[in-house]
Design a protein around this ligand. Structure first.
Ligand SMILES: Cc1cc2nc3c(=O)[nH]c(=O)nc-3n(C[C@H](O)[C@H](O)[C@H](O)COP(=O)(O)OP(=O)(O)OC[C@H]3O[C@@H](n4cnc5c(N)ncnc54)[C@H](O)[C@@H]3O)c2cc1C
Length: 335
């Protein structure tokens, strides 16, 4: 059975009345379909930017609002989301971004989904509506409950509305990089990017089809970006395009790398993640997020059974959802 409420009261009613397990999805970018006998609760009907306070760098939106709609609403104010989640077929929602903890690779350093969520309205498995966090950047609100909802992947509560930070679009952006058929020199160039006069917003290494590519994203005042691009050239890191189309080209590169990082591999390959120092050398494809010190790789073999939940996570899950109403999908707690 499937329901797609278009307002919060509909979510309260759907969960309050539910007698079967429930699987939540937003835009369905990566959510797993509900199994036979479970309720498929689609939250992409809850749309609309509720509030945008440009001077405070804060926005509030219903959880099913598409990411591209948020971007379009912020753009006229010279603002954007500080993270850039995988947005396959433009289906991603703002609630899905927070529920999946989907930072994307292009997120400005220091900003992750968990850093930008300030508050939320959510419905628990028994239909109770809760409000957590605040609508301001600085607050004394006791436990920082919104953080626990980031990355909870539909296992704790149905997010209906989120309040989050936004940021100014930088004056200038450039991607510098280096490609080679051997990983070590590429990793060396990626590390060297940290010594540029402007700290990169993001640094990644992508391994695909026997080629390795380092990319560093430079964002900021035009003069600083231009100086850093010149610096980068002396380190062997070159601007990917010099013909005036570099903005579009670098966006495509970051979008493609983020898609590779976030998407599940074709069967029978397995997606593994870990600390970048443990990156496997025999991966079919791999993205090393140098800035965050982690990798995602597609390797041979069937996916191992999902690991059991840690006792701490299980206690949090039981506290939020004592009757086990919510079914986990891909990732933590999937069964
Ligand atoms: C295990 C996993 C890892 C991922 N890693 C990354 C990553 O590292 N970087 C990246 O950019 N993207 C990642 N993604 C993809 C991410 O799902 C998308 O980038 C996108 O942001 C999700 O938006 P969506 O609306 O399509 O959500 P969906 O694909 O519909 O749902 C994604 C997850 O969030 C839950 N969910 C969705 N909406 C709500 C809501 N309103 N309330 C409660 N739960 C909800 C679903 O139950 C599901 O578990 C990952 C996804 C999964 C499942």
């Amino acid at each position: 059975m499937a329901v797609r409420p278009d307002n919060e009261a509909g979510v309260v009613a759907a969960l309050g009345d539910a007698s079967t397990p429930v699987r939540i999805r937003g835009g369905g970018t990566s959510a797993v379909a509900a199994p036979e006998g479970a309720l498929d609760l689609a939250l992409d009907g809850l749309t609309g930017l509720v509030e945008h306070r440009p001077a405070d760098l804060i926005a509030r939106a219903r959880a099913g609002t598409p990411l591209h709609e948020i971007a379009a609403s912020l753009a006229p104010h010279g603002q954007r989301l500080p993270v850039a989640a995988w947005d396959r077929d433009a289906r991603g929602t703002i609630g899905g971004l927070f529920a999946a903890g989907a930072d994307g690779l292009r997120a400005r350093l220091g900003f992750r989904a968990r850093d930008i969520l300030l508050g939320a309205r959510a419905v628990l498995g028994n239909g109770d509506l809760v409000t957590v966090g605040a609508n301001v950047v600085k607050s004394v609100a006791g436990f920082d409950v919104p953080k626990v909802l980031v990355g909870s992947r539909g296992t704790l509560a149905a997010l209906t509305e989120v309040t989050f930070r936004v940021e100014a679009v930088p004056e200038s952006t450039a991607t510098v990089g280096f490609e080679f058929d051997d990983l070590d020199p590429v990793l060396d160039r990626a590390r060297a990017a940290w010594s540029l006069s402007l700290a990169p917003s993001a640094v990644v290494v992508v391994a695909e089809a026997g080629r390795y590519r380092a990319a560093a994203l430079l964002e900021g005042p035009r003069q600083a970006v231009t100086a850093a691009v010149d610096d980068a050239a002396t380190l062997g890191l070159h601007r990917f395009a010099e013909d005036g189309s570099e903005q579009a080209l670098s966006d495509e590169r970051w979008v493609a790398a983020t898609a590779l990082d976030a998407s599940p591999p074709p069967s029978p390959l397995t997606r593994i993640t870990g600390r970048s120092g443990d990156a496997p050398m025999d991966a079919h494809r791999m993205v090393i997020d140098v800035a965050r010190g982690r990798f995602t790789a597609w390797v041979d073999g069937h996916a191992p059974p999902p690991p059991p939940l840690t006792p701490l996570f299980e206690r949090v899950r039981v506290a939020f959802d004592p009757t086990g109403r919510f079914l986990a999908g891909r990732g933590y707690g999937a069964r």
